[in-house]
Design a protein around this ligand. Structure first.
Ligand code: SF4
Length: 211
């Protein structure tokens, strides 16, 4: 818990309010629909091997939307994205810029079901799952999207460019500002690139302040 939140709690001033996007009835209905539709989805073959779907986690009206690739084994088991070592690193990355996964942040993946053996998603799977992600984005209406990893970046930007060439500048997805950075699982294997991820987060924080 942040010191500020602790102080406010001691003063009896929690919950901490912030200016929210006005929730509308259609938005509530939209969340109800997607929370029913995704667990029941059989649009691609991944439904046969999943334990459960992994829709996303966090604040459904968040300004920050972090998007990764697909659930891994732990995520498939627990039904939450970014658990395990990559999740811990993501939490640390969020904390480094004053964020946490349940406060003004929403985290999800392009695919809602785990590809067996954590293989790369197939184009057809992405095509079938994209409507779920698009709906999520339209419901959240984030101010800024962070695409984590080559797969999320290339999918959202409809590009085959490398992460190295996509990071460090502002892109747009469906009119929303989008920044590209490395996937936490990649950073666990490539520690020197953590410094670049930090640069991306600083860039993201500055961008958010200017929005
Ligand atoms: Fe449906 Fe997406 Fe799961 Fe495929 S990956 S079954 S499209 S929810």
């Amino acid at each position: 818990m942040s010191r500020r939140l602790e102080i406010l709690r001691e003063m009896g001033l929690t919950p901490v309010w912030r200016l929210r996007k006005e929730p509308v009835v259609t938005e509530e209905n939209g969340w109800i629909e997607i929370k029913q539709a995704v667990p029941a989805c059989t649009a691609c073959g991944l439904h046969k091997t999943r334990t459960q779907t992994v829709l996303g986690v966090g604040d459904e009206q968040a300004d920050w939307l972090f998007i990764g690739e697909a659930p891994g084994a732990e995520e498939d088991r627990l039904g939450e994205p970014f658990v395990g070592q990559a999740g811990k690193l993501l939490d640390n990355m969020l904390a480094a810029i004053g964020l946490s996964r349940n406060d003004n942040v929403y985290i999800c993946n392009v695919l809602k079901c785990r590809p067996p053996g954590n293989r790369n998603p197939e184009p057809e799977e992405v095509a079938k799952c994209s409507p779920h992600l698009m709906k999520q984005i339209s419901l959240i209406q984030p101010k800024l999207i962070i695409a984590m990893g080559r797969f999320a970046a290339q999918t959202l930007l409809n590009s085959d460019a490398s992460i190295a060439s996509l990071r460090g500048r502002l892109h747009r997805y469906a009119g929303l500002p989008l920044i590209v950075t490395y996937h936490p699982a990649y950073l666990l294997r490539n520690l020197p690139d953590k410094a670049k991820a930090w640069e991306d987060l600083v860039f993201a924080r500055k961008t958010m302040q200017s929005l």
